[in-house]
Ligand binder design. Structure first.
Ligand code: CS2
Length: 489
């Protein structure tokens, strides 16, 4: 058995940068963070140094934290393409812990003057946002408990309580940087943190709100890199290449992108050394990515699962799915965006097809299809409104929603297959609680009653009905009929 990865180990891959202090607190210690922000931070530290080591916080799971402690906080990122696998060891984490095991520590770390940036990858589902009220979800029992006091457990509660403590402890400037696939993710996070503070009694919230006005920034950012879950096979492959044991390598594609607003109240690492773009056009980057990449990705995942494909590359290799993906991308998503300066949309789209087709990566349809109730709310309402405003009907986006419903809340007697069954979704129970008699019932329950995708979509009856009819087509005549009908419409 190989020795475990540690700072003195001799490996054939790059030596991790020297660390001097922890300027960053990261919430959400999953694979994406470890293959994205950590890699950019390693490049920044290698190029210009600085005390920008990262304390990583996992919300509940001990697995990554235990392994990081056992491995000197080192792990490898395996960049995988059909041409081969390249390894890097970012080595930028100074410490890590599980928030649930150490409940007061997130608040204390956010008040620590050495921490000047808090980054977040807590997923679309981690913001305690209610799409129906379009504000902080005060009906969420965790948020309600965080508002009453004690150690906060929701991300927004942790940020608000941490900033409150920081305001009392010297009010040192700090930036809160969301790295999740949400539109205007900085503004969104700020709005939710402020909403939390506004709910507190005057004497409690007012100081923190004044601190936010003067010394806290919430830059928006667009993050992009396809990072599938780690498999036992990858662990074995990496260990052979590395020559020492790493229990938690992260697989990732070669493509990577980060566009960030340059508003860091407490300074920042030189992330541009890793290729990050600092720009005032983050909004355009976000729309481009969340619609063209993520929106089309959802379609590929749901159609793929329904046609028996375990992975995204297997799905996109099927002629019917490739045709549907090309149509939703070019006819329905592309017209709703304006490319940021310097981005050639035709090239961007060609790259998307080769990224989805990266068969060496094995990204699972069940992974991309999970949490659709929160992901689709970011991806589809804007392009649907755009299509209707232009007198067009977004048939393939309707198909995306129908395929999502057929996977997550399959009508009685319909078996969407094992890949759909493996998708997790916070709305699964609410969607299936009342058995739907028809596709239209199911679509109305999701879009109108539960407001899964916001107010605007709930009011578009023709869209809701079309989604329902496509669910019936999938159930009665099969997914291929639904694809053919949508392409021909
Ligand atoms: C995917 C994203 O799971 C999903 O919904 O669309 O995780 C996608 O792989 C990343 O956003 C790529 O940057």
């Amino acid at each position: 058995m190989n020795a475990a990865l540690h700072r003195g180990a001799h490996t054939s891959v790059a030596v991790p940068p020297a660390l001097s202090g922890h300027g960053i607190l990261h919430l959400g210690l999953g694979s994406f963070h470890r293959a994205h922000q950590a890699v950019y931070t390693a490049a920044a530290l290698r190029a210009s140094g600085g005390d920008w080591g990262i304390i990583g916080v996992a919300s509940r799971s001990r697995r990554i934290v235990d392994a990081l402690h056992a491995q000197d906080h080192l792990y490898s990122v395996a960049t995988i393409s059909p041409e081969g696998t390249a390894l890097d060891v970012p080595g930028v984490h100074t410490d890590s812990y599980v928030a649930a095991d150490d409940p007061g520590r997130v608040v204390a770390d956010l008040a620590d003057r050495r921490v000047r940036i808090a980054t977040l990858t807590v997923t679309e589902n981690g913001y305690s946002y209610s799409p129906s009220t379009q504000r902080l979800d005060l009906t969420d029992p965790i948020v309600a408990a965080d508002l009453r006091g004690g150690d906060p457990r929701s991300t927004i509660g942790q940020l608000a309580r941490g900033l409150q403590r920081r305001a009392q402890a010297g009010a040192e400037p700090i930036a809160i940087l969301s790295c999740d696939n949400l539109l205007s993710n900085g503004t969104h996070t700020e709005k939710l943190v402020r909403a939390f503070l506004q709910e507190l009694p005057d004497t409690e919230g007012a100081d923190a709100l004044r601190f936010l006005d003067g010394a806290v920034t919430f830059p928006s950012s667009m993050v992009d890199r396809i990072v599938p879950a780690t498999t036992p096979d990858l662990v074995e492959r990496v260990n052979t290449l590395l020559g020492v044991r790493d229990d938690i390598p992260v697989p990732a594609e070669p493509f990577t992108m980060w566009a960030i607003e340059d508003r860091f109240a407490g300074g920042r690492p030189a992330w541009e050394a890793g290729g990050a773009v600092f720009t005032d056009e983050v909004g355009s980057y976000e729309l481009l990515k969340v619609r063209l990449l993520n929106g089309t990705h959802s379609l590929i995942a749901y159609l793929g699962a329904l046609r028996g494909a375990a992975t995204i590359p297997d799905a996109i290799a099927q002629r019917e799915i490739e045709a549907a993906a090309a149509a939703v991308l070019r006819r329905e998503y592309e017209p709703s965006v304006v490319a940021p300066a310097g981005i050639d949309i035709a090239q961007y789209e060609r790259d998307l097809f080769s990224r989805w087709g990266n068969s060496a990566l094995g990204h699972r349809t069940s992974q991309v299809g999970s949490d659709g109730s929160v992901k689709l709310g970011q991806r589809i309402p804007g392009p649907v409104a755009h299509a209707f405003d232009g007198g067009e009907f977004p048939h393939l986006i309707a198909l995306t929603v129908a395929a999502y419903l057929a996977c997550i809340a399959p009508p009685a007697g319909f078996d969407p297959g094992p890949h759909a069954a493996a998708m997790t979704d916070p709305a699964r129970e609410r969607l299936t609680a009342v058995p739907a008699r028809t596709g239209r019932d199911l679509a109305a329950r999701a879009i109108v009653d539960l407001h899964l995708f916001g107010e605007d979509l709930a009011d578009r009856t023709v869209f809701v009905d079309r989604v329902g009819d496509l669910v019936d087509t999938i159930v009665q005549r099969g997914v291929d009929s639904a694809i053919a009908e949508s392409l021909a419409a």
